[in-house]
Design a protein around this ligand. Structure first.
Ligand code: UT7
Length: 322
């Protein structure tokens, strides 16, 4: 007897943003920058910045509750939580266990994944592999960050680019044509000095601040994303014309446009939220996905591509039938 193959299907999406929404003009009152520079170079208009009572786990919990509600599922149904973050509440334990306890689904598997801006892609890939292997039934995959806590607010080349937030999806194993069709991940550790945090428990004993050589990262991002998108579409035996929506990592509108152009993807099929959220690292893809699902752009049956690239360098892409 042959056993029909399981696919990891997205059953619901959710997101959460800190209360405080900061415009470029508000930022320009404190940092040596202008709305014009930020808009032209990045497409960013607003970002949300966490208040002291808002943390990576509190945003992750809110996003998870919204995703569970959208999936019409209870926390008790969840047996796997993977939280992608570079800004956990504590060095340990994993913030995923804080989310698990708050949701009240203790007893399953819960851990964090550290792949910075590609974190959601890495977490998604692990969760969908575990579902296909039968070692999890229903997973919460979350990207949540409070990057405002690791920004150097004196460094205008980085502090204007990032924001805080969280996004989550509920994944379930199903037999059929829906679900993750192909996923590809990569890492190349030789570029640490282009994008990193200058502290850590084992080196300085401090949290550290984000440092980035933006122009070099930009160049690598377009090259790596174009290449992994070609790779993942080929693996799924699809072409750019088959894609209904691209949900890219929201670092810079110019990176997103350049990548879409290189692939021959219709720019009207690209979900863009960088103007509203700025770069929320691991949260950016699930946040953008939730926006496009809730406003009705992404519908059941659509073929979407999610992609991200960030510190490490790490990068990846996945093709999913919704
Ligand atoms: O999510 C992880 C991946 N991260 C990324 O993908 C980010 C990738 N990089 C980028 O998005 C872009 O490289 C940036 C937005 C960071 C920078 O844009 P750019 O067009 O590469 O500008 P640049 O770094 O070459 O800087 C151009 C000028 C410089 O002045 P000079 O040297 O030409 O006189 C900077 O000092 O812009 C200046 N500048 C600013 N001016 C006003 C840099 N930051 C600012 C600022 N406001 N905030």
């Amino acid at each position: 007897m042959t056993v029909a193959a399981l696919h990891a299907v997205i059953k619901g999406t959710g997101s959460a943003l800190p209360r405080n929404r900061v415009s470029n003009a508000e930022l320009a009152a404190k940092v040596d920058t202008t709305d014009e520079w930020i808009t032209e170079r990045t497409g960013i208009k607003f970002r949300h910045i966490a208040e002291p009572d808002e943390t990576t786990s509190s945003l992750a919990i809110e996003a998870s509750r919204n995703a569970l509600q959208a999936a019409n599922m209870a926390a008790a149904d969840i047996d796997l939580i993977i939280l992608a973050t570079a800004t956990p509440d504590q060095t340990f334990p994993a913030s995923a266990t804080i989310v698990q306890h708050a949701l009240g689904c203790n007893g399953g598997v819960a851990f964090d994944v550290a792949a910075v801006c590609s974190g959601f892609l890495y977490a998604f890939s692990v969760a969908e592999s575990m579902i296909r292997a039968g070692s999890a039934r229903n997973a919460l995959v979350i990207g949540a960050e409070t990057f405002s806590r690791i920004l150097d607010w004196e460094d205008r080349t980085t502090c204007v680019l990032f924001g805080d937030g969280a996004g989550a999806v509920v994944l379930s194993g199903e037999v059929g044509t829906r679900g993750a069709l192909a996923t590809k991940l990569h890492a190349d550790g030789q570029h640490n000095e282009l994008l990193y945090v200058d502290g850590g428990p084992s080196t300085t004993g401090t949290v550290g601040k984000l440092r980035m050589k933006g122009r070099e990262v930009f160049r690598h991002a377009v090259t790596n994303l174009t290449s992994v998108l070609h790779e993942v579409l080929a693996e799924a035996e699809l072409t750019a014309a088959d894609v209904d929506w691209v949900v890219p990592h929201q670092a810079n509108a110019r990176i997103i446009e350049a990548t879409a152009k290189k692939l021959g993807l219709d720019p009207n099929k690209v979900v863009l939220t960088v103007d509203q959220h700025a770069n929320t690292s691991a949260a950016s893809v699930p946040l953008a996905l939730d926006v496009a699902v809730r406003d009705g752009r992404i519908k059941a049956g659509d073929v979407i591509v999610i992609e991200a690239m960030g510190g490490g360098f790490t990068w990846g892409a996945s093709v999913i039938r919704i």
